[in-house]
Every structure is written in C-alpha cells, then in structure tokens.
Ligand binder design. Structure first.
Ligand code: FES
Length: 93
C-alpha cells in the first residue's frame, strides 16, 4: 500500500425533525451528485446524523467542527462550493 493520502472526511447531514421538515431529502441527492461531480468520493463521505443541535438554522451540515447552516435545495450547490469545498481544501495537508 502507498502512502496514506489523508483521511476521508465525513460530511454529516442532519436527519433530525427540523431538518427533515425543511426538506433534507431534497438536499441529500444534490449533495451526492456534487460529491460525484467533484470526484470526491474518496475524500468525502456523506453520513446522516441525528439532530445537530442547530434546528433554527435547518438544514444543517457539519464537516469536522464546522457547521454549514441554512441549507436548502436552492442554495445547496452554492453552499457546497463556498463552504464545504474550502473546508475540505483546508484539511487536505
Ligand atoms: S433537526 Fe437538524 S439541527 Fe436539529
């Protein structure tokens, strides 16, 4: 086996009731598609989570210690490009 290329990061997506009501099931397939589009299957794993404790900011994602809030099906692409990707770049080394 070669050198470890950096651990795989987990992007938690809240499946709690507030996020569920706000439409997490519309956002989930878009995130999966974005991960595929950016060829990040080896770097980023999408995982459902219980309530992340920021219900008033639903829909909530979490990468490492950072929350990405107020996500919806209209802005998810932008959130991914401007918030998730830079975070991922930051943990690359
Ligand atoms: S239900 Fe998603 S943060 Fe609470």
């Amino acid at each position: 086996m070669g050198k470890e290329m950096g651990a795989k990061e987990t992007l938690h997506i809240c499946m709690g009731s507030a996020c569920h009501q706000t439409g997490v099931f519309n956002v989930l397939p878009v995130l999966q598609q974005l991960i595929a589009e950016h060829d990040l299957q080896d770097r980023l794993e999408l995982k459902g989570a219980f309530c992340l404790g920021a219900c008033s900011r639903a829909i909530v994602l979490k990468l490492g210690d950072v929350f990405i809030t107020d996500v919806n099906s209209r802005n998810v692409r932008k959130k991914f490009l401007h918030e998730v990707l830079p975070l991922l770049e930051g943990v690359k080394q």
